[in-house]
Design a protein around this ligand. Structure first.
Ligand SMILES: *Cc1c(COP(=O)(O)O)cnc(C)c1O
Length: 416
């Protein structure tokens, strides 16, 4: 893994360029670390909370306290944090199915949701038990060309059957800016000013701890996210969380298990220690990943590529998009990230038709937790204009290495 002197000095230039932004990231990590520890203190987290339970998992005190801690940290009335959520999609689906009933409508106001949610929304009569198959109508308001909400269209789309208005914080696989907590808050206020009874929901995946506030601290009723992303701190082996208004979290709990059972059962086996410790580490690790994303944005800008967000833009999620314009660059980039991994560095990612995605996708994921994307990873749908989305990194040094190897590969192949 030879990195040329020319590239190393370019990397130094990029680091000097982005230094000021790094300081802001440090500040956010510090404040969020304090917030998490304060909550652990308030709930007197103790060694015995880490033991876990078996069978029904009645009176699993660790599980109960973890719910309280999450609720606290996210400024929510309640939270449901479980290893039984198999993924972010499952978690978000559980929240939506928990709250919506046949005859209701779900309205997305931030355009098309993340790819894996398309089949959760489904089509009427698809026979899969999707939201629309259950008679829940779905509508979406595309974003304006500038990536901002289309206020007039949102107002018009708020028909009487709309019960949940959904927003997505992170850009996902879109070349738009992600929505800051302030922007989500503005959208929620707008919706409530027209229809105070509507439930506002935010897909919070990739957003946690990138700002000092979460959407639930800014007027959003319900959020959901994955524990193999930010709040798991790289340690949680699986799981998801739902947080927000207590009545809504309760409804989601009936969907996760069964009506009448809800969140009061569910053995946690051996997952509790890593879920607590992961949450404790999450603010710091998210800060490391953000440092890496900002560095990558700075370096690729120096190399003449377009990035989103640019290095000096405010961050509200982990995703760094780089527009390569050519498939060759994109594939070198993703393979370079894989080559830098501590796990599975010897495999070469190639595009494949991944379940839940609509285009072939190439993914670099050399991770300790399978698919864990708080760990350094990169994905790209193989479609024009060949944008790579990189995210995560448990340590800044690792992200830097990954980016440098990727660029070195392009240089070696005379692509730069
Ligand atoms: C990752 C992600 C999801 C889905 O999570 P999975 O764990 O991949 O199912 C949903 N929305 C956004 C914005 C995401 O980043």
């Amino acid at each position: 893994m030879r990195i040329s002197d020319k590239l190393l000095s370019l990397a130094e230039r990029a680091e000097r360029l982005v230094e000021e932004r790094w300081k802001e990231v440090e500040r956010t990590a510090e404040r969020n670390q304090w917030k998490v520890i304060e909550s652990f203190r308030r709930h007197q987290v103790s060694d015995f909370h880490f033991n876990g339970s078996t069978g029904y998992g009645y009176n699993d005190r660790g599980r109960e306290v973890l719910d309280l801690v999450y609720a606290d940290v996210f400024g929510a009335e309640a939270a449901l944090v479980r290893p039984h959520f198999v993924s972010g999609t499952h978690t978000i689906g559980t929240a939506l199915f928990g709250v919506l009933r046949p005859g209701d409508a779900l309205l997305s106001i931030t355009g098309r949701p993340y790819d894996t949610l398309h089949k959760v929304i489904g089509r009427p009569g698809d026979g899969k038990g999707s939201l629309q198959d259950w008679g829940i109508r779905y509508a979406e308001v595309p974003l304006n060309p500038d990536g901002k909400p289309d206020w007039d269209a949102i107002r018009e789309a708020l028909t009487p059957d709309v019960k949940v208005v959904a927003m997505q914080r992170s850009r996902g696989y879109d070349w738009r800016a992600s929505f800051t907590v302030d922007e989500l808050s503005e959208m929620a206020r707008f919706v409530k000013s027209i229809r105070p009874d509507i439930v506002t929901f935010a897909d919070n995946c990739y957003g946690e701890f990138t700002e000092e506030r979460e959407p639930t601290q800014a007027g959003i009723d319900l959020i959901a996210g994955s524990l193999i992303k930010n709040p798991g701190g790289g340690l949680a082996p699986t799981g998801g969380y739902i947080a927000g208004r207590a009545d809504l979290v309760e409804l989601a709990s009936y969907r996760l298990t069964a009506p009448g059972i809800g969140g009061e059962v569910g053995s946690t086996l051996g997952t509790m220690r890593s879920m607590f410790q992961g949450l404790y580490l999450a603010p710091h690790v998210v800060g490391q990943a953000l440092r890496g994303s900002i560095f990558a944005a700075g370096l690729f800008e120096l190399l003449g590529f377009e990035t989103q967000p640019v290095w000096n833009a405010p961050r509200t999620d982990l995703i760094q998009a780089i527009r390569f314009g050519r498939e060759e660059h994109l594939i070198e980039f993703v393979q370079g990230i894989q080559q830098a991994a501590a796990v599975d560095s010897h495999v070469t990612p190639v595009p494949w038709d991944m379940p839940g995605y609509e285009h072939p996708v190439i993914m670099a994921a050399g991770t300790f937790i399978q698919g864990g994307s708080l760990e350094l990873s990169a994905d790209a749908p193989i479609r024009e204009p060949y944008i790579a989305y990189m995210q995560g990194g448990l340590t800044y040094a690792h992200v830097k290495l990954g980016v440098l190897i990727a660029v070195q590969r392009m240089m070696d192949k005379q692509l730069l």
